[in-house]
Design a protein around this ligand. Structure first.
Ligand SMILES: NC(=O)c1ccc[n+]([C@@H]2O[C@H](COP(=O)([O-])OP(=O)(O)OC[C@H]3O[C@@H](n4cnc5c(N)ncnc54)[C@H](OP(=O)(O)O)[C@@H]3O)[C@@H](O)[C@H]2O)c1
Length: 251
């Protein structure tokens, strides 16, 4: 079992701490956000300390801060050369991490979503994926990335999740207008996609297109749907958003 510290215990730090505590690791967190950390201490046996105490009592340190706050919080702290640093901060480069966490040298970057706590999150990571796999597998499969360009591309793809949820919200809202029952419409829409994706073969490239083509055959409403979305520019808009987000992370 490892001694793991988290600096930042907010929306993403909380689920990570709960997952790792449940696996039996020794977890130390910073006090802020105090409601989250107090609950972690009460329900998950996690210890609370100052940011420096978290560093001193940990071998692996998760940085779960907002990027704009990170420099001011981390630079006054004393890191060790043997600290293994895991950053979940989107768009924070290895160079910047090295400056903030000097003299630490072992950096791993990944951008999780909170459902990693329940398992099933594809943990695309750059840096030390073997260390991350030891912590998060088998519940969350780790995908090793070769450089920060690949990492930023995966983070941009991850940012499509709320965009796609927004589109699903349009489906659900439209269905509710037709039926007058928002609750059933939302359940139907989300379970439709969740059930479909849960049973779909996800190994190998081309599975998404194959699953689409099984539905969208000649003369079907499914084909009508994919054609209209393509012709009206839905895919172009999505590609533009993905590229813009990656470009912002790269710079
Ligand atoms: N939310 C997500 O789903 C998600 C997904 C992937 C990656 N991320 C990344 O995770 C990082 C954190 O995002 P978040 O959504 O978890 O933000 P958040 O909820 O605001 O968490 C930031 C944490 O930093 C704490 N903090 C602020 N100032 C501090 C200080 N001086 N000392 C110690 N802790 C301090 C905050 O405490 P207070 O609450 O007391 O201010 C809070 O616990 C971001 O870099 C983001 O890119 C988030």
């Amino acid at each position: 079992m490892s001694r793991i510290g988290l600096i930042g215990t907010g929306h993403i730090g909380g689920p990570i701490a709960r997952f790792l505590a449940a696996k039996g690791h020794e977890i130390l967190v910073t006090e802020r956000s105090s409601k989250v950390s107090a609950r972690l201490a009460k329900e998950n046996g996690v210890k609370i300390g100052s940011p420096q105490a978290v560093l001193d009592g940990s071998d692996i340190v998760f940085l779960c801060l907002r990027p704009q706050a990170a420099d001011a919080i981390l630079r006054p702290l004393v890191f060790r050369p043997d600290h293994q640093i895991v950053s979940v901060m989107a768009g924070v480069s290895q160079d910047r991490l090295a400056r903030m966490c000097h003299p630490a040298r072992d950096f791993t970057q990944f951008v999780p979503l909170g459902f990693l706590e329940k398992g099933g999150f594809p943990t695309a990571a750059f840096g030390n994926p073997r260390m991350l796999a030891a912590l998060f597998e088998p519940e969350n499969p780790v995908i090793a990335l070769k450089d920060e360009g690949e990492l930023n591309a995966h983070m941009a793809a991850c940012s499509s999740v709320p965009g796609i949820l927004d589109l699903l919200g349009t489906v659900s809202g439209w269905l509710a207008e037709q039926t007058g029952n928002g609750e059933k419409a939302e359940f139907y829409t989300s379970q439709l996609l969740a059930g479909f994706l849960a049973t779909m073969d996800k190994t190998g490239a081309g599975q998404l297109a194959a699953a689409r083509d099984e539905l969208a055959t000649e003369g079907t409403y499914s084909l009508n749907m994919t054609t209209i979305l393509r012709n009206k520019g839905a895919h172009d808009a999505l590609r533009e958003a993905l590229t813009e987000n990656k470009t912002r992370m790269d710079t």
